[in-house]
Design a protein around this ligand. Structure first.
Ligand code: ATP
Ligand code: MG
Length: 568
């Protein structure tokens, strides 16, 4: 491809709307352009990288025995109504009506249509196991679309679904996808970690996420260097710790705490430590209200709490008016004593003595509270967020924490969807049995952002050969110099002949501009034809290296070919 023919609208300035490196660079390097919040066009460079990522995913899925098909993105409501997810997705589903006023949606994920497909098309148990997949545009009306392709409202996902006769079959299909995912993310050049993930209260016996460690990641990962344990915060088991409390049972006191609403305010008002307080938060769990308690220096893990109470929808903080009604006090004074809704306390609360809680009365707290004497929670459970330094749930060594970008997710669904939609088969003995399913997603477009988030320097994008939009660029320093141009063309053509995806920068621009652009858009190999052109000497430089080396023309071509072949 000739640079003069290529649409690469590079930008010198950092676009104001882009907060993170990958988003800034993809805009600056002319990979993508925004159409609306979370909705992007892929320009020629971005499109080339996207196709490469898709092909790697496709090759590895095919290799693992999965079969590609393509479902529509536009789907009738009934498909999701039967499973109940038409309601569950709520506002995050793009819903629309056709001219006859029938409800449709743009698919956010396709468990239901794939299950239906098997229901209609698989005739005998002998046709299982099968794994089907598609690489397709998905739609989710995310509350906070941001970070470019990381959290889009329209994005490309590879979604696969496995159908097995039993749990053992599912384990086997799951393992195949696990291995395929490892190969995919290695080929994409991503430095990734596999973590245990929450599989929800309903169904599902196991789930893992593939995470790219990055400070801009929206998921917390807890990991242990000593034993290799790694889990998403949502799932990571938090081992209770002990703190020093005043021994014995002091007598309960009600104290006036005017205008004190937050733990911080309370700590300074009481001149105490956050761990001496227990926070009580009131949640709406489906159609019920519950209270959750953790030590003042801890955070409630809403996913653990949701699973504990078996809620279908995500928990929501109770509205202030409801809090006022339940506690008979202004928001900020909730406590467990005398509360007549279920109270779930974190295991750590069990170790607290003579602590402080809200008094369910505006401007008052209780001091010297003791469990058993003053209140008894409905249950103790692990409902807090794990923190750096907590004991590893496996080996008890200190846990580390880091942020991660979820690029893939594999999930043992079990019979959740097959039961809901009636996907059964007749066993050899004539018995009707339910098909056991797994689902496996990769955020194809999110992977591009993750790769750039990990691969960049002050000059621009540094992508691995496997997904860089072009593999090599040939730059004549002075495009007005016929000799230089002729040699550059010659090198460019021999690279093309050897199957290298080459670019020639034939623009009438200063050399500095061309070098800057080649770095910005992230071309792995650069061959510069300059002053020593007459002697058959060129400069050979890798994007990942600081300096160039002088090569003969033949050396440069064979070095490029070799480097690209061995890094693809
Ligand atoms: P998240 O927790 O980031 O919202 P999710 O767990 O809801 O994602 P899944 O339903 O597991 O996502 O989807 C499979 C994969 O699709 C995810 O692992 C992620 O890589 C990708 N993905 C999900 N939502 C988005 C989005 N809004 N934009 C881009 N990629 C996404
Ligand atoms: Mg997920």
């Amino acid at each position: 491809m000739r640079m003069t023919n290529l649409l690469v609208p590079t930008l010198r300035e950092v676009p104001a709307e882009a907060e993170i490196k990958s988003h800034q660079l993809m805009l600056r390097a002319g990979y993508i352009r925004k159409i609306a919040a979370g909705i992007y066009s892929y320009l020629p460079l971005g499109m080339r990288t996207l196709k490469k990522v898709e092909n790697i995913v496709r090759e590895e899925m095919d290799r693992a025995g999965a079969q590609e098909l393509l479902m529509p993105a536009l789907l009738p409501a009934e498909v999701y109504q039967e499973s109940g997810r038409w309601e569950v997705f709520g506002d995050s589903m793009f819903k629309l009506k056709d001219r006859n006023d029938r409800d449709f949606c743009l698919g956010p994920t396709h468990e239901e249509p794939f299950t239906k497909l098997c229901l209609n098309e698989v005739r005998s148990y002998k046709e299982y196991p099968i794994t089907l997949y598609q690489i397709q545009t998905k739609y989710r009306d995310e509350g906070r679309p941001r970070f470019g392709l990381i959290r889009g409202r329209e994005f490309i996902m590879k979604d696969a679904y496995s159908f097995d006769l039993d749990e053992i079959g599912l384990d086997n299909s799951y393992k195949k996808m696990y291995n395929a995912y490892c190969r995919i993310f290695e080929r994409l050049g991503l430095d990734f970690t596999i973590v245990d993930a929450d599989s929800g209260a309903m169904g599902g016996s196991g789930s893992q996420e593939f995470m790219v460690k990055s400070p801009v990641g929206e998921d917390g990962i807890a990991y242990c260097e000593a034993c290799g344990y790694a889990a998403n915060y949502e799932k990571a088991a938090a081992i209770p710790t002990e703190k020093d409390f005043v021994e014995g049972e002091l007598s309960l006191e009600k104290i006036k705490t005017p205008d004190v609403h937050t733990i911080e305010e309370l700590v300074s008002f009481m001149d105490s430590e956050p761990y001496v307080f227990a926070k009580t938060i009131i949640y709406k769990a489906d159609d019920k209200y519950i209270a959750a308690m953790v030590r003042g220096d801890r955070e409630i893990n809403e996913v653990k709490l949701k699973n504990l109470v078996g809620a279908v929808d995500d928990l929501e903080l109770a509205e202030p008016s409801v809090v006022r009604e339940i506690t008979k006090a202004q928001v900020g004074f909730a406590g467990p004593i005398g509360l007549d809704i279920p109270v779930f306390a974190d295991f750590e609360v069990q170790n607290m003595k003579n602590f402080i809680v809200g008094a369910n009365e505006t401007d008052y707290h209780y001091k010297n509270v003791n469990i058993g004497r003053d209140f008894e929670p409905t249950a103790f459970a692990d409902i807090r967020v794990i923190e750096e330094g907590d004991a590893c749930p496996i080996c008890k060594k200190p846990i580390k924490t880091v942020q991660g970008i979820e690029v893939g997710h594999i999930f043992k669904l079990g019979t959740k969807y097959s039961k809901a939609l009636g996907l059964t088969y007749q066993s050899e003995t004539g018995e009707a049995k339910t098909v056991v399913m797994g689902c496996y997603g990769i955020g194809v477009t999110r992977c591009i952002s993750a790769a750039i988030e990990q691969g960049n320097d002050e000059n621009g994008i540094v992508l691995p050969v496997s997904i860089a939009p072009f593999e090599a660029v040939v730059v004549p320093v002075n495009a007005k110099d016929d000799e230089q141009l002729a040699l550059a063309e010659k090198i460019y053509n021999s690279l093309l002949d050897k199957g290298v995806e080459a670019l020639i920068d034939d623009r009438q621009e200063r050399a500095g501009v061309k070098f800057k652009d080649a770095d910005l858009i992230g071309i792995p190999v650069r061959i510069v034809v300059g002053k020593k052109c007459g002697e058959g000497i060129v400069e050979y430089k890798l994007r990942t290296e600081e300096n160039s080396v002088e090569n003969t023309v033949e050396e440069a071509i064979s070095n490029a070919e070799e480097y690209i072949r061995s890094n693809k």
